[in-house]
Design a protein around this ligand. Structure first.
Ligand SMILES: [Zn+2]
Ligand SMILES: [Zn+2]
Length: 263
């Protein structure tokens, strides 16, 4: 379900690799605004097959001319398969189905799924770097995807530098959040607090929610909550302590859309 939310898409850059997570409608246009071509993207992760997360995917894939992109996501439901086939006919895509225990190690980063609680087969993602031997520790970004608050996300987020958690609803709309399998700002902040994350960014906000109110609610539980605007960039280096910062390379996440109330 996507109750009045904006389309979702995030671009993580880690050790000079680019990972696109979800591709709601308009993602190619948003990438163009920050001068990123689909040619520059190394891999695409899909959290789930709700249209606000994939309507823009065919355009991104079609614009990739050099070689087909690898896409990882849950099993394609019939409606998504039809949509993709109709809009993507000539292109071959390497599509790999993910599971609860999916993880992958590359030279520059690691991927891991988080099984979600949503009204679709849905996963969050953990993206971390491979510098486990340096004193600063790993850099870990956790993206919740669409979900109720879960122990799975909490466990995955323990010690993460940044948790990007959906907060479709304000705290007072807890019943709606429960009904539609989403999370409120206060629930997301409680997870961030329990997990001890470095920073919390709230996204996937309903157009009916007030960004400021939502931020204030979450701040009372977890101080310093970020509610990013479309095309904002969050640098993990800014989030880490000053003396840790020099030990780590570059890592950042760009919020392509996903903060509905602002648009
Ligand atoms: Zn959804
Ligand atoms: Zn959604």
């Amino acid at each position: 379900m996507f109750p009045n939310t904006s389309p979702s898409a995030y671009l993580v850059e880690i050790n000079n690799k680019r990972i696109l997570i979800d591709a709601g409608i308009g993602t190619l246009r948003q990438l163009g605004k920050i001068k990123i071509s689909p040619e520059d993207i190394d891999i695409i992760l899909i959290t789930h097959w709700h249209i606000d997360h994939y309507a823009g995917l065919p355009k991104v894939l079609r614009a990739k001319k050099s070689k087909p992109l690898s896409v990882y996501g849950p099993p394609l439901p019939v409606f998504a398969r039809i949509y993709m086939t109709l809009t993507l006919s000539p292109l071959k895509t390497n599509y790999e189905t993910i599971t609860d225990s999916f993880s992958r190690t590359y030279a520059d980063f690691n991927l891991k799924t988080i099984p979600n609680s949503h009204n679709a087969d849905s996963y969050g993602w953990v993206i971390s770097d491979n510098f486990s031997n340096i004193s600063a520790g790993k850099r870990i970004i956790v993206i919740s995807g669409d979900t109720r608050p879960t122990q799975n996300v909490l466990n995955a987020a323990r010690g993460a530098d940044l948790l990007v958690h959906e907060a479709t609803y304000m705290g007072k709309d807890a019943q709606k959040a429960h009904l539609h399998y989403h999370t409120t700002s206060t629930e997301a902040a409680e997870i961030a607090l329990k997990a001890g994350v470095g920073a919390l960014a709230l996204t996937h906000i309903s157009r009916k929610s007030s960004r400021l109110e939502l931020q204030n609610e979450a701040n009372k539980i977890f101080p310093g909550v970020i509610v990013p605007l479309p095309l904002d960039t969050l640098y993990l280096e800014n989030i880490l302590d000053e003396d840790l910062r020099k030990n780590v390379g570059r890592a950042k996440i760009r919020i392509m859309h996903g903060t509905g109330g602002a648009e």
